[in-house]
Ligand binder design. Structure first.
Ligand SMILES: [Cu+2]
Length: 345
């Protein structure tokens, strides 16, 4: 924690300026670079209110948009009911015993010590309930740890104090993703614009300058690591949470059911601005994703034969990129590749 304090203090000077609702253009120009949505004609998706984000006064888990989430959510609801019924039942029994068998009503206490039938029931019943829970629970656990198939699209999310960096190693794309500043609040990220200055901006504290753009309906291999301290990559509406640990490369499969913008946050206390490194995933159809990759100056995976299907599509994406009015895109080398600390890849 002492470590965290130092960079925080250094960053502090930028935090005081009381937010002149950002001239969007100069700010946008500042964060020009790979992944900038203002670059290359990419128009980010406008999020649907309430989808992939928390709802005001909501108390339930967010609606799920991934196969794992759709499996886990009903299980979560069933567990809540089982727990609730047991709590009410035990509390009722206690109350009944306290009232019915109080000293005042039973001056001569009963000498009963055993009841075989009752003992068998109160042993067997919890065992049966636990077995009943264990079966779907283990299935869900296994599903959550399912390995991505060989041809899954790889995305590596690196947590920094206090932003995310996304690389697509097979596509030669890198995106640095920082929280948008919040109107009326101290500036958190110098150089990023203010939330609400673009029509596609989502909720404040959750929207970022450059989203993680991914294709829908196909398995993604999400790898996480931390560049400095432990972070955690978590998106509630996709039932996805994976720690990002320095010196380690964690991996989990993610698949998103339908296009949309899904928001999450770093979920490991990682320092002073832990609360200001949100995650915004923009899931788009595959052809749009290919277009996005091309606009970032990236390419489709060079196939070694396993996923031959990618090749013709790659060829299709390429011409799309060439006439694009952004030839400079390719010229800008993919942002200075941040040395990733000792990841065991
Ligand atoms: Cu963090």
């Amino acid at each position: 924690m002492a470590q965290d304090a130092a960079p925080a203090a250094k960053a502090q000077p930028t935090v005081s300026a009381p937010a002149a609702p950002a001239a969007a253009t100069p700010a946008a120009a500042k964060d020009a670079g790979p992944g900038n949505p203002d670059e290359g004609g990419w128009v980010p998706m406008t999020p649907t209110p309430g989808k992939g984000m928390p709802k005001p006064a909501g108390i339930d888990v967010q609606q799920q948009y991934s196969p794992v989430g759709r499996m886990a959510y009903p299980f979560h609801v069933a567990m809540m009911w089982i727990m609730g019924i047991i709590c009410v039942f035990v509390a009722a029994l206690l109350l009944w015993v306290m009232i019915r068998y109080r000293a005042g009503r039973n001056p001569v206490p009963s000498k009963t010590t055993h009841n075989t039938m009752l003992e068998v029931v109160w042993t067997l019943l919890p065992v049966l309930i636990l077995v009943g829970i264990a079966i779907p629970s283990i299935k869900l656990l296994a599903k959550q740890y399912e390995s991505p198939p060989k041809d899954a699209i790889t995305i590596k999310a690196t947590g920094y104090q206090w932003y995310w960096d996304y690389t697509y190693p097979d596509n030669g794309v890198e995106v640095v993703s920082k929280m948008l500043n919040v109107p009326g609040e101290p500036e958190i990220n110098a150089g990023t614009r203010y939330d609400g200055t673009k029509p596609w901006d989502g909720p404040n504290h959750l929207e970022v300058d450059n989203r993680l753009v991914v294709p829908v309906g196909v398995p993604l291999r999400i790898q996480t690591t931390g560049a400095d301290v432990i972070h955690s990559f978590a998106v509630p509406s996709l039932w996805f949470k994976l720690d990002a640990i320095p010196g380690r490369l964690n991996e989990r499969m993610l698949q998103i059911d339908e296009p949309g913008v899904y928001y999450g946050q770093c979920s490991e206390l990682c320092g002073a601005k832990h609360g200001f490194m949100p995650i915004a995933i923009e899931a788009v159809p595959m052809d749009k994703w290919r277009q996005w990759v091309a606009l970032q100056g990236g390419h489709m995976k060079k196939t070694g034969g396993s996923d031959a299907s990618a090749q013709p599509a790659d060829a299709a994406a390429a011409p799309e990129a060439t006439p694009s009015d952004k030839p400079a895109e390719g010229a800008a080398p993919v942002a200075p590749v941040t040395p990733t600390p000792a990841t065991t890849a």
